[in-house]
Design a protein. Structure first.
Length: 300
């Protein structure tokens, strides 16, 4: 589950425009930019606005201005997921043609009821593991109207290695179950959109926060089913809020104060284990490129 290190490096930073960048997002942005620069590669910004109800009007432009203020500018034109539905539909059609997916009629209430009936309590703060009610071998939709499309997960533990965190594993069937690719509201699920986008943009290395590491095996399964190369991955340490949870817009993270961009970048760099830098912004970025600890593209 890793990209060919011989391919030209192409990385990306892919924020969701649900609000301005905060301290945690800047850590991921800086890390992805530095990794691309260390490896002489291309760094792309992609706006992941596929979940339109959560997007805040104008937040995308605010994010791009914040990045530019920090000296982090996309090497190629920025793309928006909301303009790429045709690509996602084509990928879903390919999966339908190979019977890798199936239509699902279940609501969240249906899933909870099925799990309760089977004596399978859902862990707090964890999404319910889909019990496979609408799988074709179990009778499919049972006469109900389809609400979503799910990817059918085969049993077995997937193993991969992260460039920072080392060996990882997940039993996707047991821990996640068959996951949604197109939602009941007609919107595309993150997992499908990101896999299609990474392939279409030629991404070879993914650098993002470690809260997203459990997405890796689901994305690998989709890449395998679509015949796509899996990028390498490096998951960065999270910035935690005062409540001990990951700093996020959902738990009140404040927008970056970029009155002094170098101060904000220094805070992000130190969180990544890099030394605080002085001088101009370009000088600081150059210092961090030279000090970047994860130069090996092959996980050890």
């Amino acid at each position: 589950m890793s990209a060919d290190p011989v391919l030209p490096y192409r990385g990306r930073f892919a924020p969701s425009p649900t609000g301005p960048l905060h301290a945690g997002s800047l850590v991921a942005a800086l890390a992805s930019w530095l990794d691309a620069r260390v490896h002489g590669g291309t760094w792309i910004v992609r706006i992941e606005d596929v979940d339109t109800p959560r997007c805040v009007p104008g937040a995308d432009e605010i994010i791009l201005r914040q990045l530019a203020t920090c000296g982090l500018v996309s090497d190629e034109p920025v793309v928006w997921q909301s303009n790429r539905s045709t690509l996602y539909q084509a990928a879903l059609d390919r999966l339908i043609a190979t019977d890798a997916v199936y239509p699902c009629a279940c609501s969240r209430k249906d899933i909870e009821a099925a799990l309760n009936a089977a004596g399978l309590a859902r862990e707090r703060h964890h999404a319910a593991v889909y019990p496979g009610t609408c799988r074709p071998e179990r009778g499919g939709l049972h006469g109900r109207e389809a609400r979503a499309w799910r990817f059918e997960v085969k049993p077995g533990v997937l193993r991969w290695s992260d460039r920072r965190l080392g060996p990882q594993s997940q039993d996707v069937a047991a821990e996640v179950g068959d996951f949604v690719l197109r939602r009941a509201d007609g919107l595309w699920a993150y997992q499908l959109a990101v896999v299609v986008d990474d392939a279409e943009q030629g991404i070879t290395q993914i650098v993002r926060g470690e809260d997203l590491i459990d997405n890796t095996p689901r994305q690998w399964l989709l890449q395998q089913a679509l015949g796509l190369q899996a990028p390498g991955c490096l998951h960065t340490p999270l910035v935690m809020g005062d409540n001990g949870e990951k700093l996020s817009k959902q738990n009140g993270a404040q927008a970056l104060d970029l009155t002094d961009p170098l101060a904000a970048l220094n805070q992000a760099a130190v969180h990544l284990g890099l030394p605080a830098a002085t001088g101009s912004l370009p000088d600081a970025l150059a210092q961090w490129v030279n000090a970047w600890p994860w130069r090996n593209l092959v996980p050890v």
